[in-house]
Ligand binder design. Structure first.
Ligand code: C2E
Ligand code: MG
Ligand code: MG
Length: 361
């Protein structure tokens, strides 16, 4: 950097560069130079290490008139650079502004959501290919905020994960879903499995297996009726740790399923060691299954691999008869999707079961 520039360390691995009298192209040039310089590997003992910086750029006075505002904007832009794959730079934009304002708003609102009773679970039926009967339900979280309206879990779960709120919320989900199933069974419903999504923060928490056991005891549900869904990427990030936790849960009688299968990078040898009960074929493959030869091949391969490893398969996002026929012909075990039903509030789910019991496909 130039004589008049300032380079400072903010803490941890964060640095601030102050570049007076620099326009946007100038700032981009400095960022490029830094990225180039960072490409140089460091040799540390036998390891060759490289850094992949993420750089956020805010401009005075457009983005802020004081250091505090500018550094907040640069920070938000830096997170965008990280989110876009790191090792790059991003300018602060009004779109990033809107996004970070909304994240803050949702995060604050989410803190109160549990105590204010704004969370609810909906249940989506899972259908056996063999019998056409509903053999399970997936519990899906819904948040209705009085002013913000319905907020999608795809939007608020990542926020709850980064703030740690997912731990109390996730515990509430397991407790509510298992208590609901126990209540249904008490009212005479034929037992089905309850699938509950786990976030990575919950999965990494050392107490998870114990927590699950104590909730099941509290609500009086057979552990074999609970299925925990973990996404492929979470399982594969720390496969050895994941194996230990999954083994522990399995020994407690709980089933594990890998969600969104096919979207991450599974090692087949780990997949075998996970000893999961079920693979959930991601809906992105199911969508075009009747036309796209690649998707046909992928889904066919997943089903045969799962079956030779002794795992069940469930296809997500089944919307048409054609998709269903293809999946059935390939030997997929179960299906879930709008073709059968959207996720339903508890009462409606019960009604669905009553009606579905009369008409098998
Ligand atoms: P997921 O677990 O893969 O859930 C499947 C998503 O697909 C759900 O979206 C469901 O409503 C939707 N879906 C079901 N059938 C169809 C269909 O036929 N067509 C289409 N286009 N979509 C279908 P939803 O409820 O918005 O949930 C999104 C994601 O949020 C879930 O993906 C899951 O990763 C996460 N999530 C939801 N509830 C929870 C929860 O309690 N805990 C955690 N950690 N994550 C949750
Ligand atoms: Mg799921
Ligand atoms: Mg999924």
């Amino acid at each position: 950097v130039r004589e008049q520039d300032t380079v400072s360390r903010l803490g941890g691995d964060e640095f601030i560069l102050l570049l007076p009298d620099t326009d946007a192209p100038g700032a981009a040039r400095v960022a490029d130079k830094l990225l180039q310089a960072a490409l140089m590997p460091f040799q540390i003992e036998q390891h060759e290490l490289t850094v992949t910086p993420s750089i956020g750029i805010a401009l005075f006075p457009k983005d802020g008139a004081d250091l505090d505002t500018l550094s907040k904007c640069a920070d938000a832009a830096m997170y965008r650079a990280k989110g876009d794959g790191r090792n790059s730079y991003r300018f602060f934009t009004s779109e990033i502004q809107a996004h970070s304002d909304r994240t803050l708003l949702l995060n604050n609102a989410l803190r109160r959501a549990l105590e204010r009773d704004q969370l609810e679970l909906h249940y989506q039926p899972q259908i056996s290919m063999e019998t056409g009967q509903t053999v399970g339900a997936e519990a899906l979280l819904r948040w209705h905020h009085p002013e913000l309206g319905a907020v999608s879990p795809a939007e608020f779960i990542p926020i709850a994960e980064s703030s740690g709120l997912i731990l109390p919320i996730g515990e509430w989900v397991i407790r509510t879903a298992t208590a609901q199933l126990a209540a249904w069974i008490q009212q005479g419903m034929k037992p089905i499995t309850m699938a509950v999504n786990l976030s990575s923060a919950q999965f990494r928490h050392a107490d998870l297996p114990q927590l699950v056991t104590s909730i099941l005891e509290d609500v009086g549900l057979d552990p074999g009726l609970l299925e925990l869904e973990l996404t492929e990427s979470v399982a594969m990030t720390h496969p050895l740790g994941a194996i230990a936790v999954m083994d522990d849960l399995r020994q407690r009688g709980v089933r594990m399923a890998i969600d969104d299968f096919g979207t991450g990078y599974s090692s087949l040898s780990y997949l075998k060691r996970f000893q999961v009960y079920k693979l959930k074929i991601d809906q992105s493959f199911v969508r075009d299954i009747t036309e796209d030869p690649d998707d046909k091949a992928i889904v066919g391969a997943i089903i045969s691999m799962a079956s030779s490893l002794g795992m069940q398969t469930i296809a997500e996002g089944v919307e048409t008869e054609g998709q269903l026929e293809f999946l059935r012909a390939r030997g997929c075990t179960e299906a879930q999707g709008y073709y059968f039903s959207r996720p339903l509030p508890a009462k409606e789910f019960q009604n669905y079961l009553r009606k579905a019991a009369l008409k098998l496909f």
